[in-house]
Design a protein around this ligand. Structure first.
Ligand code: SAM
Length: 340
């Protein structure tokens, strides 16, 4: 069975070299890529995301969905479309919170990885691609944009695109292309060796999804940096990261197919002029996370002498909220809200 590295070697053999963007695409989403095979969010996976902290994140989103559904005039056919749904954890928590809007609608979990789609709950519609049109609904994405393949540029007397080839030992190695015009948002000059991403796929994804919604909203959660230029001033390994089984991984050209490759999302590369921008902590507080925590505390106090699973779940809201709203961690993530 060919590995992800074999798939990449074949592509390089055909073309001499491939762009970093194509390398990332094959390493993560090729037939033997990380997400197609082993990789996933979760305690038994490779990294913890907000839905994986526990059911509280989904419980807050269920309130948000109901609020927006009412604002839309409580339409009868309503779609909640989660893109990059991973193993379906957020879907489970939202469904468990029983929002009224889903009594009149469908939860669609969009996930490219067939391996992860197998883990989706039966109660959702599990698909590999976004619906082309959403009449009334909300699209939710958590930690998707950071995983979309991007072009990588290196400053060497000017900006040059990074390509991947193989060296004499058969290992992957980087080669730089010709100097190009300074890409949008990049500084004209930078210290030798500075690396920066050009995230066209993320930009296109946002505009494509917005135009697919007739009436509704798009809600994006991710780790973001306001400007591309800001990334030039930090070591590149701090913004272009790899993860494997809850640890930071190795250089992205190594351990291909068995580690995640991810980057800070540059907000100035997305079309966000009319988006509402907040931190995750602000967003969750605005939508009632503290009320849900108080409810959890009261429930626990009333049942602490004979605690059952529900009482334990309610008690754990306190710790979950701390993690979800931690300004130095998940609480510092960026939330983008777009209307249709
Ligand atoms: C970092 S994981 C996040 C999973 C989940 N949203 C969470 O927060 O736990 C990103 C997921 O997006 C999926 N993905 C990447 N590109 C996609 C696309 N264009 N459409 C649907 N899913 C995609 C990957 O396979 C992976 O499962």
């Amino acid at each position: 069975m060919p590995s992800a590295a074999d798939e990449i070697r074949s592509a390089i053999a055909r073309a001499g070299s491939i762009s970093f963007r194509d390398f990332m695409s094959l390493a993560l989403y090729g037939e033997e890529g990380f997400y197609s095979q082993v990789g996933s969010a979760g305690r038994r996976g490779d990294f913890i995301t907000s839905p994986e902290v526990g059911p509280l994140f989904g419980a807050v989103l269920a309130r948000v969905l109901d609020e927006w559904w009412h604002e839309m005039g409580s339409p009868n056919s309503f779609s909640v479309v989660e893109v990059g749904a991973g193993p379906g954890t957020l879907a489970r928590s939202v469904m468990a919170a029983e929002p009224e809007c889903l009594r009149h609608g469908t939860y669609v979990a969009v996930e490219t990885s067939a391996e992860q789609r197998l883990r989706h709950p039966d109660s959702v519609q599990s698909v590999s691609e976004m619906p082309a049109r959403i009449d009334h609904g909300v699209v939710i994405v958590n930690e998707l944009l950071d995983n979309l393949p991007f072009q990588l540029f290196v400053f060497d007397g000017g900006w040059r695109e990074a390509f991947v080839t193989t060296n004499e030992e058969g290992s992957f190695a980087e080669v730089l292309g010709e100097k190009v015009e300074t890409p949008r948002g990049f500084p004209e000059t930078a210290p030798h060796g500075t690396r920066l991403p050009l995230q066209e796929e993320a930009r296109e994804w946002v505009s494509r999804v917005r135009s697919a919604i007739h009436v509704g909203r798009v809600l994006v959660f991710d780790y973001c940096t306001p400007t591309t230029a800001e990334l030039a001033s930090i070591p590149w390994r701090n913004w272009l990261r790899t993860y494997r089984q809850h640890e930071r991984g190795s250089h992205y050209l190594r351990d291909v197919g068995i580690q995640d490759i991810t980057a800070q999302v540059c907000l100035d590369q997305l079309e966000i002029r009319d988006a509402k921008v907040s931190t995750q902590a602000e967003f969750l507080r605005r939508h009632g996370i503290n009320e849900l925590v108080d409810e959890g505390r009261r429930f626990w106090e009333a049942h602490r002498d004979r605690p059952d699973v529900r009482a334990m779940t309610m008690r754990s809201r306190v710790r979950e909220a701390e993690a979800l709203c931690d300004e130095h961690g998940l609480g510092g993530f960026t939330v983008l809200e777009f209307g249709s």
